[in-house]
Design a protein around this ligand. Structure first.
Ligand SMILES: C[S@@+](CC[C@H](N)C(=O)[O-])C[C@H]1O[C@@H](n2cnc3c(N)ncnc32)[C@H](O)[C@@H]1O
Length: 329
C-alpha cells in the first residue's frame, strides 16, 4: 500500500489507456465512481451513447447537474453505492470503477478525510452512517487496532490504538487535528524527505472502515459481472496494491486462471469463465502520462471483457479482501 495513494490527481488517470483499448466506445457505460466526472465526460466525448454516473456522495451529484447539462439525456445520474449498480441498469456495454477517495473530497477540510487539514472527524463519502468520530470514540482499542492493521497495514496499530484509548478518557476526539496530534505523540518523526506523514496509514484505514471500501469492492465486482452484457468491458483503476490484489484475484478466478491447486486434490468441476482478460498484467501509466501527471505513478488498471457464462457468487475471504471479525460475508 503506498502513501502516495492518499493524494488523488484531478486528471482522470489512464483514461487514454482505457479508451484506446475499448475503441470504438459505444453504447451504455456505468461510471460507478463519478466524482467530478473525469471519466464520465471522457466516455461521452469518445462516443458512448449514454453514461450512468453513480456516486454515493451527494456533492458529486450537485456538481454534475451543472457540468453535465451539456450532455442532456446522455448523462443519467444515480446516487447510490456501486455494489448495487446492477439495480440501476442491466445489459450495459461497460463498467468503470476508479477506486478510493477523490481529490475533491480530500480538499474539503469539513469532510474530515485529510490529516493535512483540520476539520471534523467525519470521512463519510455518502454523508450518512457511522462517522470516523464514532469509530474512534466508541470502538474498543482492540477493534481500532484491527482497523489500523488490516486496512492501513499500520505496524504500530496497537500503540496508536492505546494512545487513542488514553486520550479519549480525557475528552472526546472530534477533529482530524486532535487525531493527528495523538498519532504524532506516539510515533517517531519521519525525517527523510519524501517519507509519508506518520498519520497517513491510520487515516487511510479509518476511511476504508467508515466507507466499507473492501466490502463495496467485493460486491461491486460481482454487481458489474451481473450488469455487463456479453462483450461488455469492466475497467478498474486502483491506487492501492491491496485493492488491486482483490481485483486481480477476482478477474483471474473469473477468467479460469486461478491455478489448479494440488494435482493430488480431488478434481473440481471447472466453471465457465465469465471474463476474458485484456491483459494478464495490470496496466500502468506510460512515460507521457507520468511526465504530465507524476501522481499517476501508483495507478493500476485492469480490463476484462464479459463472456456469456452466468455470473456467480464469491466471498470476500475467497478474494483475500481484508475483513474485520464479525463482518465476514
Ligand atoms: C477516486 S474518486 C473518482 C474520481 C472520478 N473518477 C473523477 O474523475 O473525479 C472515487 C469517487 O467514487 C465515490 N465512491 C467511492 N466508493 C463508492 C461506492 N462504493 N459507491 C459509489 N460511489 C463511491 C467517491 O465518493 C468518489 O467521489
Amino acid at each position: 500500500m503506498t502513501s502516495a495513494a492518499t493524494s488523488r490527481p484531478h486528471i482522470p488517470v489512464l483514461l487514454g489507456a482505457i479508451l484506446e483499448r475499448v475503441a470504438p466506445v459505444r453504447g451504455v457505460w456505468i461510471d460507478g465512481t463519478m466524482g467530478a466526472g473525469g471519466y464520465t465526460r471522457g466516455f461521452l466525448e469518445a462516443g458512448a451513447a449514454k453514461v450512468i454516473g453513480i456516486d454515493r456522495d451527494p456533492l458529486a451529484h450537485e456538481m454534475a447537474v451543472e457540468w453535465g447539462a451539456e450532455f442532456g439525456a446522455r448523462l443519467e445520474l444515480a446516487q447510490t453505492v456501486f455494489s448495487k449498480l446492477d439495480d440501476v441498469a442491466q445489459g450495459v456495454d461497460g463498467v468503470l470503477l476508479d477506486l478510493g477517495v477523490s481529490s475533491m473530497q480530500l480538499d474539503q477540510a469539513e469532510r474530515g478525510f485529510s490529516f493535512m487539514k483540520d476539520g471534523p472527524l467525519d470521512m463519510r463519502m455518502s454523508q450518512e452512517g457511522r462517522s470516523a468520530r464514532e469509530i474512534v470514540n466508541e470502538d474498543s482499542e482492540e477493534q481500532l487496532a484491527d482497523i489500523l492493521y488490516l486496512f492501513g497495514e499500520e505496524r504500530a496499530s496497537r500503540r496508536i490504538a492505546r494512545a487513542i484509548g488514553k486520550a479519549r478518557e480525557l475528552s472526546q476526539i472530534t477533529t482530524t487535528g486532535q487525531l493527528v496530534e495523538i498519532i504524532e505523540g506516539v510515533m517517531p518523526r519521519n525525517k527523510k524527505p519524501g517519507q509519508s506523514h506518520v498519520a497517513t496509514r491510520s487515516f487511510q484505514a479509518l476511511r476504508i472502515a467508515v466507507n466499507n471500501e473492501f466490502g463495496e469492492l467485493v460486491e461491486g465486482l460481482q454487481a458489474a459481472e451481473r450488469a455487463l452484457k456479453p462483450g461488455g468491458t469492466l475497467a478498474v483503476v486502483s491506487f492501492h496494491s491491496s485493492e488491486d490484489r482483490v481485483v486481480k484475484r477476482f478477474l483471474r478466478d473469473r477468467a479460469g486462471l486461478s491455478g489448479g491447486g494440488s494435482r493430488y486434490a480431488p478434481l473440481q468441476e471447472v466453471e465457465a469463465p465469465t471474463f476474458e482478460l485484456k491483459s494478464k498484467k495490470a496496466i500502468g501509466p506510460d512515460g507521457d502520462e507520468l511526465a504530465q501527471n507524476p501522481r499517476s505513478r501508483s495507478a493500476l488498471l485492469r480490463l476484462a471483457v464479459r463472456t456469456e457464462a452466468p455470473a456467480r457468487h464469491v466471498t470476500a475471504a475467497e478474494l483475500g479482501a481484508p475483513e474485520l471479525e464479525g463482518r465476514r460475508s
